[in-house]
Write a protein that binds this ligand. Structure first.
Ligand SMILES: [Zn+2]
Length: 289
């Protein structure tokens, strides 16, 4: 799933290509991806793109007072294209194309939103204000916002009785951090994902804040200037523990371990993060009984 750094890079990529261009047509293909009906998608035709911005993991394309807001979810992606045909694409059973945006102009440029697999999470909204999208309205502060400092981070964690891993990826606490970067941030902070947020010492909170900013800024830096098609591979290359179960930790050489849940998993390094002790994995201990 694209998280803050990838969506930030996509935002910059699209901003360069879309700003000042006129939308010729928005063609929904997978109707399930479209979450709003008023204003209709057809209302975007003929409007000029003014800005492309990011809210957490949401992309927001503003055009003539309307906003096309996109959440790529787990398997959604964006492909920039030139020479798009004028005829609408045909919906089909295995066609991953969910929505096409075609621009006016001789290059017939635009982009496709696609979604692979059967888990349909890609969401597209056409609204008058971005905050009309419930997921955007709910967002906590953005960790890359210049005003987001240690005092604000500390305030978010005060009295928070949940495990730090879950807190970091809760979009209403912090905008943009998901399963992958929360693993990376905790590894950089040498902290157990199971630690309760409220139990963090002032020193640990400061270390985690530092790791949060550094990890995200480095990932944004690596992604900057990459084409939309190159971002997924870049994200994978940059990760040190997430998705690397069984591989050596690049910091200490210990083996990266995993804890599995019903619909996700987390990865961590025991030596760097949990004093060398593996975390309890309920699925594993059930198998061993
Ligand atoms: Zn390690």
């Amino acid at each position: 799933m694209p998280e803050l750094p990838e969506v930030e890079a996509l935002t910059a990529y699209l901003s360069q290509r879309l700003t000042g261009r006129v939308i010729a047509e928005v063609q929904p293909v997978a109707i399930s991806a479209l979450k709003t009906y008023d204003p209709p998608v057809t209302a975007l035709a003929g409007r000029t793109v003014g800005a492309v911005v990011r809210h957490g993991k949401f992309l927001d394309i503003e055009a003539g007072g309307l906003h096309l807001v996109v959440h790529l979810a787990r398997a959604g992606w964006l492909r920039w294209k030139e020479g798009l045909p004028a005829l609408p694409p045909r919906p089909g059973g295995r066609n991953p194309l969910a929505l096409r945006v075609r621009l006016e102009g001789p290059d017939a440029a635009g982009f496709d939103l696609t979604e692979a697999g059967s888990r349909k999470g890609l969401a597209v909204y056409v609204v008058r204000e971005a905050a009309e999208v419930p997921g955007v309205a709910r967002l906590g502060p953005d960790p890359l916002d210049p005003g987001f400092d240690l005092a604000r981070f500390r305030a978010l964690l005060t009295g928070e009785r949940r495990r730090i891993k879950g807190v970091l990826r809760d979009q209403s606490v912090l905008a943009g951090v998901g399963n992958a970067y929360s693993d990376e941030v905790l590894h950089a902070a040498r902290m157990s994902p199971y630690k309760l947020a409220a139990d963090l010492s002032p020193e640990e909170t400061a270390r985690l804040f530092e790791a949060l900013g550094t990890t995200l800024r480095e990932a944004v830096e690596r992604s900057r200037g990459l084409a939309a098609g190159e971002l997924k591979a870049e994200k994978k290359l940059g990760l040190r523990v997430h998705g690397r179960t069984g591989q050596p930790c690049p910091v200490c050489g210990d083996t990266v371990r995993e804890v599995s849940f019903a619909d996700s998993s987390l990865q961590y390094c025991p030596t760097c993060q949990t004093g060398g002790r593996p975390l309890a994995d309920r699925r594993l201990s059930r198998l061993l009984k």
